[in-house]
Design a protein around this ligand. Sequence first.
Ligand code: HEM
Ligand code: HEM
Length: 206
Amino acid sequence: MEPTLRGYVSARSEKSSPVSSSPSPSSRYSTVAIAFHWLLALALIGVFCVGLYMTGLSFSPAKLKLFNWHKWAGVTILFLTVLRLLWRLTHRPPPLPETIANSMPTWQRMAHHGTHYLLYVLFFAVPLIGWAYSSAAGFPVVLFGAWPLPDLLSVDKAFAEAIKPWHRLAAFTLAGLVLLHVAAALKHHLMDRDGLLARIGLGKAS
Ligand code: HEM
Ligand code: HEM
């Protein structure tokens, strides 16, 4: 029988104080980190789908409206990602339980951490490139139609056309990494049955 996650929580957990001798009751991410994870996962999927859909539409007021919603949602995601990163830097997640960490070959542990790292890089790169493209194309972002945001670049149509594919490429790279991330999470859940999903608030530790 698999031991429970609770038994493997060590004093390294994010909630443990360095002087505390009592182990943390859980190897879950903090509630705030879990809330950021699921809120931003849903938001990113939504913004990605709207991005794909809107670019396929022919020119119309509906298309312009969707472009604006896409940009507002993207900038909001960027803002929430800054808060998420600040939280992440000041509240280290609990380490992987030893049972899970020990059962992963080195390459898998590196892929686990490397994927998270790259995801964070893309959380910034995708909206920033989108914003830079909009600025260079001469369409400033007016958040929710009320607050004009500064341009990231001055208007340069040729440069805008050059970086337009970068936004798409970065967004598709992010989508690919997310698929890999979810596949790995499901492998832990369905094949290894090691309770990893409980760390991010899904179900109970096995
Ligand atoms: C757009 C969708 C998603 C994105 C962008 C995303 C992104 C992330 C990121 C960045 C982390 C690391 C958190 C941190 O260290 O601060 C993480 C952790 C995690 N995610 Fe996701 N995620 C997504 C969807 C999912 C789904 C659908 C599942 C489950 C099927 C899942 C399961 C997990 C688990 C279990 C962890 C914790 C890994 C660990 O133990 O260290 N994620 N996710
Ligand atoms: C935060 C996450 C974001 C994601 C996941 C995302 C994703 C996408 C995707 C998938 C497309 C369709 C690309 C194509 O098929 O050519 C797209 C297009 C676009 N995005 Fe984003 N985007 C994000 C943020 C932003 C932001 C913050 C802005 C600007 C402030 C922006 C501006 C645009 C524009 C103007 C287009 C249309 C480009 C064209 O005309 O082909 N995006 N986005």
